[in-house]
Each structure stands twice: as structure tokens, then as C-alpha cells.
Design a protein around this ligand. Structure first.
Ligand code: SF4
Ligand code: SF4
Length: 139
């Protein structure tokens, strides 16, 4: 909802030896990101997973384990007369990378923005790819 924001996340990784095939995680995943395979083991669809970690918390045998952890970074959201949701920019960002990202996004906004222009409007003009390009050059 704002120029830059972060949402914590964790990537579940299955320990097949601990899974009893109960299917509870399939029922509980609100994104429909888990399905049981023919071998009765759950499979995660990365395109649907939001990294909420519910399957890790709720598996009765602790078969879903903690994989990558970090923050998903969103850019370009704004409220007001012409509101818009932010766009996902990066996943599994560490706190240190996040702090660095805030500074670099601010640099980009100053370099590419017109007077008084919010980041979301800048990105609407330039495309999010321009921010990726800017950070790649700046690194
Ligand atoms: S809830 Fe746990 S034990 Fe049950 S199918 Fe999912 S991973 Fe396996
Ligand atoms: S982390 Fe959340 S969204 Fe991803 S598979 Fe587990 S319950 Fe579903």
C-alpha cells in the first residue's frame, strides 16, 4: 500500500520421511498450493505459494520444514485519488538487503522522478524493469 514495503515469509521444504500422507496440509493451505502426488506425498506449487508458513506450523508430524526465510519486497503502491497496489519486486530479502534496497529505491526515485511524483507514478512511466536495471548498474 506504500512506496516500498516488506512482508515476512518462509519457504516450506518437505522432509518426506516424516510425512504420513494425511493430507491435512492440502486442506489447510488457503492458496491451494499443495496437492498430494500419486505417492501420497504433498507437492508444493511455487507459483501459488505465498510463503505464509501455515503448513510448517500445522503439520502434525513436522514434515514441512523451514527452508529459505526473508522478506518479500513490494514497490510502487500508493493510496489517495489514484491509488494502486504495489508490485512484487524481490523475494527472500534479508533485513540488511532490505535496508539497502530502501536507500537505492529512494535514489532511483530522486533520479527518475519528476517534482512531487510518487514512486508508483515513476514506475508507471518507466516500468519496474527500469528499477531492476538501475539497481543492477548501481550495485
Ligand atoms: S500435513 Fe504433514 S504429514 Fe500430513 S500430508 Fe502434509 S506434510 Fe504430510
Ligand atoms: S507456505 Fe502457506 S501458501 Fe505456501 S504451501 Fe504452505 S500454507 Fe500454502
Amino acid at each position: 500500500m506504500n512506496d516500498i514495503g516488506f512482508v515476512g515469509g518462509v519457504d516450506p521444504v518437505l522432509a518426506p520421511d516424516l510425512c504420513n500422507g494425511c493430507g491435512l496440509c492440502v486442506e489447510l493451505c488457503k492458496e491451494g498450493a499443495i496437492a498430494l502426488g500419486e505417492d501420497s506425498l504433498p507437492r508444493k506449487d511455487p507459483s501459488k505459494c505465498l510463503y505464509c508458513g501455515d503448513c510448517i506450523l500445522l503439520c502434525p508430524t513436522e514434515a514441512w520444514e523451514v527452508g529459505r526465510e526473508g522478506y518479500t519486497a513490494y514497490v510502487g503502491g500508493k493510496v489517495g485519488r489514484h491509488h494502486q497496489l504495489a508490485t512484487k519486486f524481490a523475494e527472500f530479502v534479508s533485513p540488511e538487503q532490505g535496508a539497502d534496497l530502501v536507500g537505492r529505491v529512494l535514489e532511483f526515485t530522486i533520479a527518475k522522478g519528476k517534482k512531487g511524483e510518487r514512486l508508483g507514478s515513476v514506475l508507471n512511466r518507466t516500468g519496474v524493469a527500469a528499477l531492476h536495471d538501475y539497481l543492477a548498474v548501481a550495485t
